[in-house]
Design a binder for this molecule. Structure first.
Ligand code: IDP
Length: 157
């Protein structure tokens, strides 16, 4: 793997899907030079929701969060690129859209903490990207390829 093969997990949440933001969000990552290696449109069940958000099981917002994330489909993706986990989080913004800078996805498309449009693996949580990719995708659902434009994204390809 070269240094620009880091993978991260990203998901448009049910609010983003219902608001028609899948294409806009995919475009932002494509435009940045990141490469899509997996994607699926699914409805999360209770079990997957509990696994994905297990760290928040004791929080007062947990039941509402599970209800929300299972309420309608999500668009789950794996994006690849240099420092992908940290760079994607920077593009996503803060957890609370109200605290997110304009230009970030949450800062441009959200106003409410409970409906913050998108999930992306936390770069400060070591291995979260790999764990979340494994939770949502089988190995054979991820594609090894190189986008042709990638040779113009990095100087050292
Ligand atoms: P993150 O999505 O920015 O990584 P986390 O702290 O991991 O943020 O929280 C996971 C998700 O739980 C958030 O994206 C948001 O949907 C929801 N959430 C977090 N804190 C609150 C809260 O105080 N009220 C309602 N929902 C919350």
């Amino acid at each position: 793997m070269s240094h620009h093969d880091e993978r991260t997990f990203v998901m448009v949440k049910p609010d983003g899907v219902n608001r028609g933001l899948i294409g806009e969000i995919v475009s932002r990552f494509e435009d940045r030079g990141l490469q899509l290696v997996g994607a699926k449109f699914i409805q999360i069940d209770e079990e997957l929701a509990h696994e994905h958000y297990g760290e928040h099981a004791d929080k007062p917002f947990f039941d509402g969060l599970v209800e929300f994330i299972t309420s309608d489909p999500v668009f789950a993706m794996v994006w690849e690129g240099a420092d992908a986990t940290r760079q994607v989080r920077a593009m996503v913004g803060e957890t609370d859209p109200a605290e997110s800078a304009p230009g970030t996805i949450r800062g441009d498309f959200g106003l409410d903490l409970g409906h913050n449009v998108i999930h992306a693996s936390d770069h400060e949580d070591e291995g979260a990207n790999v764990r979340e990719i494994d939770l949502f995708f089988d190995d054979e659902e991820l594609v090894d390829w190189t986008r042709s434009g990638t040779t113009w994204v990095y100087e050292d390809v």
